[in-house]
Design a protein around this ligand. Structure first.
Ligand SMILES: [Zn+2]
Length: 300
C-alpha cells in the first residue's frame, strides 16, 4: 500500500495507481494496433506493457475521474473511433473530463521538467489551482481557462497535403501525447488522444476565432464543422508527427525484426487493425513516401 498526499485534493490517504492518459485509451490503442503492443516514444526499442501511470490520487479523486471517463468513453470516444458516428451530445461531464485531462497533462509535464522560469511557473500554478477547484466542485466554472476540443478526421485530399508529414494520419488517428506550450506569456496545455485533441488555454489572443471548438461548461454538441487552430499550432503538430517518424528511423534492427515477426505471425490481425487503416489514409495521400518508417506499433 502506498500512502501520501493526494496531488488533487491534498489529503493524506492511501494512493491509487492513476494513468495520465486514461487507461481505456491506451488499451484501445493496444487492442486495435497491428501488433498488439505499444511502444512509447521515450523508449521505442522496447515494447511497453502500459502507458504512463503513477501513485498520484486518493481513491475518492480516482473515482471522480473515472466517472467522467466512463461517460466520455461510451458516449464519445468509442462511437467516434469505431466510425459509428461523427456527432454527439454532451453534458457537464465533458468539461470535467477535459479539465481532468489538462490537469493531468500539466501536472505530469511539470513533474518531468521542473520550471526554472518564475513567471511561467506562477502562471502554471494558477491554472492548476483553477482546474483543481473546478474538478473538486469548489468552483462552478474555469474562469479565464478555456477548453477547446477537436474531433479529428483522416485527411485524404492531396490538395491540403502540401508540406504535411507523410505519417500525418497515423499521428492524428493513433497517437497519444501530452505537452505544454509556453510562449508570449501564454500557457497552452496540449493533450492528444487518438482522433481527438484537447487544448487548454487562458487569455489567448485568438480565443474569439476559436469559438466552435470551445467546450461548454454545461452541455453542447460535437459535430463536423470548421475549426480554427491558433497560429503556429498546425506547424507544431506536424513537427511532432515528423519527430515520431525520425524516432522510428532509429529503431534498432533487432526490434524491427521483432515487429516484422509479430506482423507475419498474425497477418489477419494486422490487416484488420486500425494501425493499417490509418496507414492506408497516408498511402492514399502520399503514395510510396508514406512507407517512410513511422508507427509500426503505435506510439505514445
Ligand atoms: Zn484526493
Amino acid at each position: 500500500m502506498v500512502e501520501g498526499e493526494c496531488k488533487l485534493c491534498g489529503e493524506h490517504r492511501e494512493l491509487k495507481l492513476s494513468h495520465f492518459i486514461p487507461k481505456f485509451v491506451g488499451k484501445w490503442v493496444k487492442d486495435s494496433s497491428a501488433t498488439g503492443y505499444i511502444r512509447l516514444n521515450q523508449n521505442i526499442n522496447k515494447r511497453a506493457q502500459d502507458i504512463a501511470k503513477d501513485y498520484w490520487l486518493c481513491g475518492e479523486c480516482e473515482q471522480l475521474f473515472s466517472g467522467w471517463e466512463r461517460e466520455f468513453a461510451n458516449k464519445i470516444f468509442y462511437p467516434f473511433v469505431k466510425n459509428e458516428t461523427d456527432s454527439a451530445f454532451y453534458g457537464e461531464w465533458l468539461a470535467k473530463f477535459c479539465a481532468s485531462l489538462s490537469w493531468r497533462t500539466l501536472s505530469y509535464m511539470r513533474s518531468m521538467n521542473p520550471r526554472s522560469d518564475k513567471v511561467v511557473d506562477e502562471k502554471e500554478k494558477v491554472v492548476l489551482r483553477g482546474l483543481a477547484s473546478f474538478l473538486l466542485g469548489k468552483t462552478s466554472n474555469l474562469g479565464i481557462f478555456e477548453q477547446h476540443f477537436y474531433p479529428l478526421d483522416a485527411i485524404d485530399s492531396a490538395s491540403v497535403g502540401v508540406g504535411l508529414p507523410e505519417n500525418i494520419n497515423r499521428y492524428l488517428l493513433r497517437s497519444m501525447h501530452m505537452d505544454v506550450l509556453v510562449g508570449d506569456g501564454q500557457v497552452m496545455v496540449y493533450t492528444k488522444l487518438p482522433k481527438f485533441i484537447l487544448l487548454g488555454l487562458s487569455n489567448h489572443s485568438e480565443s474569439k476565432q476559436m469559438r466552435s471548438s470551445r467546450v461548454s461548461i454545461r452541455e453542447g454538441k460535437l459535430f463536423p464543422q470548421s475549426y480554427y487552430w491558433p497560429k503556429g499550432f498546425a506547424e507544431y503538430m506536424f513537427g511532432k508527427a515528423r519527430e515520431i517518424s525520425q524516432l522510428y528511423r532509429k529503431i534498432n534492427p533487432n526490434q524491427q525484426a521483432v515487429i516484422e515477426k509479430t506482423l507475419t505471425k498474425n497477418p489477419e490481425r494486422a490487416a484488420a487493425s486500425e494501425t493499417i487503416a490509418a496507414f492506408q489514409h497516408d498511402l492514399e495521400m502520399f503514395g510510396r513516401a508514406a512507407f517512410s518508417p513511422s508507427n509500426p506499433d503505435d506510439s505514445a
